[in-house]
Design a protein around this ligand. Structure first.
Ligand SMILES: [Fe+2]
Length: 267
């Protein structure tokens, strides 16, 4: 199954090419407004596609716990679309009541594993649909870290009994910027717990790679996606294009390449 992250910019074209899109990821936060227009949009999408909500601001890495009002909003969207699972990030976005406005990396510590476990347990009281967690990019490893990123991911997966969303582009970028081998990364994490991939193009500036979500998928990222498809139990993939969106036909070409890779290993 290969789908795309829904963006209102291509709403009209999406329906012209509906047969080339297996499912949609929706950014849950974009539908928190109860305006009739957004609710109608959500219901129209739901009537044509399986929708997977993707949260941005649950802040599962916040030591002070999670914002219950935010969880209620996510829960409402999940109730409306009834997805097989939903996703969030291995990060924090709030600290001491302050909104950071971006996905911030957590220190890879045992204490932080416990924070994730506790917050996930809290969420599960309200949201019964399974949650999967996504790896993010980071500029540097937080100095107080006690273990590698792969050991951290493995421990969260084991202790919280949770699945993963592997962002192929984030893996590629981190591997480039922090000089590690993505194949080794995949050897060290529980690849049988990977449910979904994200993928999109990346760009390089002054020797550093960035996830602008604004470029066609790079050849090197296709290579990572191919390798990761062969070496994980991935079930679904989402093209995550946010900016500089080309005509939809171009995006469906990328969906087709991903679908061909998926079929090569998973039929
Ligand atoms: Fe992503």
């Amino acid at each position: 199954m290969v789908g795309i992250g829904f963006r209102p910019q291509f709403k009209a074209e999406l329906f012209l090419y509906a047969e080339e899109v297996d499912f949609l990821e929706i950014t849950a936060d974009h539908f928190f407004t109860k305006s009739k227009e957004k609710r109608d949009e959500l219901m129209t999408l739901k009537n044509h596609f399986t929708l997977i909500p993707h949260g941005l601001n649950t802040s599962l890495g916040s030591a002070e716990g999670i914002d219950e009002k935010y969880v209620e909003k996510i829960a409402e969207i999940i109730d409306l679309v009834n997805p097989p699972y939903w996703s969030e990030h291995l990060c924090f976005t709030k600290a001491g009541g302050i909104e950071l406005g971006h996905l911030a990396a957590v220190p890879f510590t045992n204490q932080m594993v416990d924070v994730f476990c506790k917050n996930i347990e809290t969420i599960r009281k309200t949201i019964k649909i399974p949650l999967i967690l996504e790896n993010i990019t980071y500029n540097f490893v937080v100095p107080s870290s006690e273990m590698s990123e792969t050991a951290f991911i493995t421990k969260v997966v084991k202790d919280a009994q949770i699945g993963l969303l592997l962002d192929i582009t984030n893996l590629f970028i981190n591997a480039k910027n922090h000089h590690f081998d993505y194949k080794q990364f995949l050897k060290e994490i529980p690849t049988d717990k990977i449910v979904q991939f994200h993928f999109v193009g990346a760009f390089q500036k002054n020797g550093i790679w960035y996830d602008g979500h604004a470029h066609a998928v790079n050849d090197e990222i296709w290579e990572v996606l191919d390798y990761a498809t062969a070496h994980t139990d991935v079930k679904t993939m989402i093209l995550e294009r946010d900016e500089a969106i080309p005509n939809f036909k171009e995006l469906t070409n990328e969906l087709k390449i991903a679908r061909d890779i998926f079929k090569k290993y998973k039929t």
